[in-house]
Design a protein around this ligand. Structure first.
Ligand code: NAD
Length: 395
């Protein structure tokens, strides 16, 4: 269903999307009776209990790039914490959300606790975000709509609003990178994964001058591997973009990159148009500078931008986004220093895309507010309540 809805290769829909969503739901089910409240260290004449309560009704709005995983990251902790949930999937990918609702009933979730309302953003999404009986909105999507979600929360009942938004993640490779082949595989593999439709795609590659030519040559050698093909073929690793609008956006950015002086060195065109699908070649630009649109704006397609990085950290942070970042170096001092200096919710050192449900995911700056995954997600779906109890003990 994920493949039919949004064109991702069926091998990854099975191995990644279905598995990660199931694992996430199982993990929060397991976690919920292992989270404790607190007793504060106050004086002996009182007892202060710091407890957590469910918020009430949680509205969940998610995008189409990983429809079921994005939903599971929110509905699993929200339900486990005792809330009611209303999920609005993307209008481009509603199938798995509806199936999940059927399975929830089958699994014994009482009717009315987990609800799915498909629909368009300006109708179903706004109705949820403005609703006076919805106590929290957990949103994943673009920064543009995310800002509007916060406005609507303020315009209605000041519902809690958590937003996981866009990214433009930098990937810094220093000349002392411990394994150039691994760095190249990660840089190319992560940016083209899911047709480049990943919020955390490392789309800004900043490579130190002395290794740049060697890096580029190795990267270009890998590009043909990602030639798009039929997503329903289990051998395919690069499928179709979600729809015509997204394809036109990607092609517009590719044209803009060339107009602004970046050098197109691989791909750049629509392919397989005769199938009726929306396929774009894996695309690589060289000579990208930070002032170009393709370096600053999220393209959300299979486009990698190479920049020769003299002041890598400053360039990496010169962005309105701060979702993820990576640094490749064998110098432990440099790794720690750069990891601290990078403004991002997650920094990888000598790897990209490591993933575990126990680890928080989310961004800083205009990449959003709040964290999905891990026990920290419970903070979003619970309210703290303090209960003071007077103790008049003769002892
Ligand atoms: P989008 O913002 O257009 O839509 C996301 C959801 O919001 C959809 O369900 C849509 O129907 C709904 N929506 C649209 N307009 C709305 C409105 N006015 N009121 C309420 N809801 C509305 O994003 P998209 O194109 O579906 O997804 C791609 C974006 O999602 C990218 O920017 C990507 O970076 C981001 N994303 C972020 C993360 C993360 O964890 N940070 C993960 C995945 C995707």
């Amino acid at each position: 269903m994920e493949t039919l809805d949004m064109g991702k290769p069926v091998r990854y829909a099975r191995a990644v999307d279905v598995n990660s969503a199931a694992n996430c739901i199982r993990w929060y089910g397991e976690a919920v009776d292992k989270v404790y409240d607190e007793i504060a260290p106050t004086g002996k004449n009182s007892l202060a209990l710091i407890t957590r309560e469910p918020i009430g009704v949680v509205g969940v709005i998610v995008p189409w790039n990983y429809p079921m995983i994005m939903a599971a990251w929110k509905i699993a902790p929200a339900l486990a914490a005792g809330n009611f949930v209303v999920l609005k999937p993307s209008e481009k990918s509603p199938l798995t959300a509806l199936r999940l609702a059927e399975l929830a009933l089958e699994a014994g979730i009482p009717p009315g606790v987990f609800n799915v309302v498909p629909g368009f953003g300006p109708e179903a999404g706004e109705a949820l975000a403005l609703h006076m009986d919805v106590d929290c909105i957990a949103f994943t999507g673009s920064t543009k709509v995310g800002k509007h979600i916060h406005v609507m929360a303020g315009q209605s009942n000041l519902k809690r609003a958590w937003t996981e938004l866009s990214g433009k993640s930098p990937n810094i490779v220093f000349a002392d990178c411990p394994d150039l082949d691994r760095a190249v595989e990660a840089a190319v593999g992560s940016v083209f994964f899911n047709q480049g439709e990943s919020c955390n795609a490392p789309s800004r590659l900043l490579v130190e001058a002395s290794i740049k030519d060697r890096f580029l040559e190795k990267a270009l050698a890998l590009v043909p591997r990602y030639a798009p093909a039929n997503p329903l073929d289990p051998a395919t690793i690069m499928g179709a973009l979600v729809d015509r609008t997204q394809m036109e956006t990607v092609l517009r950015y590719i044209a803009l990159g060339q107009q602004e002086g970046a050098k197109l060195i691989a791909g750049g065109a629509q392919v397989m148009g005769d199938t009726g699908g929306f396929y774009v070649e894996p695309t690589v630009f060289d000579g990208v500078t930070n002032r170009m649109h393709i370096a600053q704006e999220e393209i959300f397609g299979p486009v990698l931008s190479f920049t020769e990085a003299a002041e890598a950290v400053r360039m990496a942070n010169d962005s309105i986004y701060g979702l993820q970042a990576a640094v490749w170096t064998r110098d432990i001092n440099k790794a720690h220093g750069v990891a601290r200096a990078l403004k991002a919710g997650t920094v990888y050192v000598n790897q990209y895309d490591e993933d575990d449900i126990t680890v928080p995911f989310g961004g800083v700056k205009q990449s959003g507010i709040g964290r999905d995954k891990s026990l920290h997600a419970f903070d979003k779906y619970t309210e703290l309540k303090t209960i003071w109890i007077r103790i008049d003990s003769p002892l």
